[in-house]
Every structure is written in C-alpha cells, then in structure tokens.
Design a protein around this ligand. Structure first.
Ligand SMILES: Cc1cc2nc3c(=O)[nH]c(=O)nc-3n(C[C@H](O)[C@H](O)[C@H](O)COP(=O)(O)O)c2cc1C
Length: 373
C-alpha cells in the first residue's frame, strides 16, 4: 500500500474500471466507457502510449523535485488537468462539486464543460482560488455563447477551451441509450440570462420550450476559422482549441491567435477510426512553435503515461475516463485516490528519469518501443 492512498481502494486504472463496472449501474458505466462506433479511436489512444518506452537517466541529483507547472498565470501541482466532462452529476450525484472540491484540494485544474450539471458560478464558488477553465462548445447562438464567456470570465475561470471536434450526431455510438439529456447538462444554458430572455421566461416553468430551444441551439455542426477568430475577441481570456489532430490545423490555430491547443480525439467518442492522440502529438509538436502550449488527452491511464506525453513535447495532459471511474465508483474519495496515484507515479517517473523539474523532461527520455522489441 502506497503512503497517502486510502486503504482497500484500487490502485490502477484497470482496478478502478472494474470497481466502477461492478458498483455503478450499467447505463452509467457505459456512459463513461462508450466510444463512437467500434471505439477504434479510444483503443488507438491507449495503444499509442504502448508504442513508446521511457529511457531512465541516472546519476543525477534528484533529491529536490518540483512537479508543478505554471498555466497562464496560475499554478498546477502537476501537468495533469481534469478534462471537461458533460453530465458529471449523472456519473455521480453532485459530481461537479466533488470534482471542484478535490481538484482545488490537490491543486489540479478543473475544466468545466458547457454541459456541466450545475451553473458555472456555483462550481466556481466551491473552488475559491482553485484553478479552473471553462470549456465552450460552439453552439448555434453567438449571443448566448458570448454570454457564457462573459460569465466564465466574471466567475474566475482563467482560460477558455473551445472544443472543435464534436458534432451532435454519433451514429452507432456505443454509449448508453438511457442518458437523460433533459435531466443532465442543460444547467449552464438554463442559468444564462440571454438564454432566459430568448426563451421569454424561466426554464423551470417553460420546461418543454426550454428543452426544445436548448436542443436546437446547443451544438453547431462545426466551427470555421472565422468563427474561432470571433470568439477570440469576446474576452481577455486565453483560448485553447481542443480537438486538433492534424499538424496543419494546429498551425492554423496558432496563427489565428489561440493561446494553445489540446491534441485530442475526444477520447474516441467523436469519429470512429481516428488517429490516437499521442501519435498525432508527435507531428503537431514538430509543426507549431517551440513555445506554443500543446496539451494532449486520450488514453492517459497512469503517471508513466503523463511522463511519456511530456517527453514527446506536451505541456500537460488532460484525463477523462481515469478520473471518471474513480469518481463514479467512490465519489470524492475515489477521485482523490486516482489523482494522488497519477501525481505520485508521475513524480516517481520524473525521479527515475533524472528530471528535477518539469522543464527538464525531454525527448531523450523516450524511445520508440519497436526499435527494441
Ligand atoms: C463521459 C464523457 C463526457 C465528455 N464530455 C465532454 C465535454 O463535455 N466536452 C469536451 O470537450 N470533451 C468531453 N469529453 C472528452 C474529454 O474531455 C477528453 O477529451 C477524453 O475523455 C480524453 O480521453 P480519456 O477518457 O481516454 O482520458 C468527454 C469524455 C467523457 C468520457
């Protein structure tokens, strides 16, 4: 049993997945685990980490270590962020607040989804000075989107993450059929003053009309470069673009003035058969500027995976399913345990690879597995 980890709780991704599978109902489990189509994208993410091996660097003084990173003026305890997840209140009752609380306690930034299950102001209140970003899905109503951005800025979110890889149709989606869209994920829109004025009343008393309006406008089929440029003018917040896989798109986002990108295939939930995000990271990193912040998500299951991503040039990673199984199975305690394990493993990998601080991590610490098999 590792120090600081709660007794009897699983200590690995596989353990937490099994715990979640056996302790939460099947619909909720499938909501977390589901991918688009055959989930080739989800599998590709995991496989892409297996293609690389760490090369320890020894004979270095690593008594003092610092795993923290700075992020647009804030500090994170480690280069690990909680990925935006819709419907956290479905995964676990009060899930948004549990995530907000534990993230703040451990110094892990939380990215709050457009389809969070609580108004973004209430989540912010739970966090005090805890680092939080707001994830914006391009919708069909720019005035409401602009209002969401304003609210995020006012309630202390320090960056925006614009997700560009999700269209509102996933034929052959393997997730649950039982996710109740009316019950979970409308809260951010329903609490918005511009949404409410367009509805002409409050969503509680105009339930059917509110849900119809929300369904109609919540997701645009895509977003153009011009539309992204417009979003960049809406606030002073740095804007990261999430859902980039092609190096030319990464370069375009940089040229348009994005503050960074998240290389991601949405955890395999958007387009079946797409490239694993760690594979995409390598060519993206070679294409964009050396100092342009590049984050990656999809398939991060351990602190060693975090180390591999950073050695391949990521500035940080987002975790999705890894934290959702912990949160779903054991609430706050589960999430805390998962995050402590990830950070602890990452710090241990730093030590063995001879890195005193995160900026010491570099390409010489990783090699292609197939060169040695
Ligand atoms: C249940 C679930 C809900 C998600 N909801 C969102 C969302 O609202 N916005 C978004 O940008 N990404 C969303 N994602 C994608 C994650 O932010 C992230 O890209 C992905 O989970 C990373 O892959 P991993 O689960 O293998 O760590 C969701 C993922 C899951 C598993």
């Amino acid at each position: 049993m590792k120090k600081g980890l709660a007794k009897d709780l699983p200590q690995s991704y596989e353990g937490w997945e099994a715990y979640a599978r056996s302790s939460i109902d099947d619909e909720r489990y499938r909501y977390i685990a589901g991918g688009a189509g055959y989930d080739e994208g989800g599998r590709a993410n995991v496989e892409s980490f297996r293609k690389w091996r760490l090369v320890p660097r020894v004979l270095r003084d690593v008594k003092e270590r610092d795993s923290s990173i700075s992020l647009f003026g804030g500090t994170a305890a480690a280069p690990i962020l909680l990925a935006p997840v819709r419907g956290l209140g479905y995964v676990r009752r009060e899930g948004d607040f549990a995530a907000a609380k534990v993230a703040t306690e451990l110094g892990v930034p939380l990215i709050v989804s457009t389809f969070a299950t609580a108004p973004i102001e209430s989540i912010a209140q739970t966090m005090g000075n805890g680092l939080r970003w707001f994830q914006l899905y391009p919708g069909k109503d720019p005035e409401i989107m602009k209002s969401l951005v304003r609210r995020a800025e006012t309630s202390g979110y320090s960056a925006l993450v614009v997700t560009v890889d999700k269209a509102d149709n996933y034929p052959h989606y393997q997730g649950p059929r039982g996710y109740d869209f009316e019950k979970y994920g409308t809260e951010v829109y329903y609490s918005d003053p511009v949404f409410r004025s367009k509805l002409g009343g409050d969503p509680e008393s105009k339930r059917d009309a509110a849900f119809r309006l929300w369904k109609e406008i919540r997701l645009a089929p895509g977003i153009s470069a011009d539309e992204l440029s417009l979003i960049l003018t809406w606030s002073k917040l740095p804007v990261l673009v999430k859902g980039i896989l092609h190096p030319d798109d990464a370069r375009l986002a940089e040229e348009l003035g994005a503050a960074g990108i998240v290389v991601s295939n949405h955890g395999g939930r958007s387009l079946d058969g797409d490239v694993g995000s760690l594979d995409a990271l390598v060519s993206v990193r070679e294409t964009v500027g050396k100092d342009f912040p590049v984050f990656v998500d999809g398939g991060v299951r351990s602190g060693v995976d975090v180390m591999k991503a950073l050695a391949l040039g990521a500035n940080g990673v987002l975790v999705g399913k890894a934290y959702l199984y912990g949160l779903g199975a054991a609430g706050e305690e589960g999430l805390r345990s998962v995050l402590r394990s990830l950070i602890g493993e990452f710090e241990s990998a730093m030590r063995i690879c001879g890195a005193k601080k995160v900026s010491d991590i570099g390409r010489s610490m990783v090699t292609k597995a197939w060169m040695h098999d």
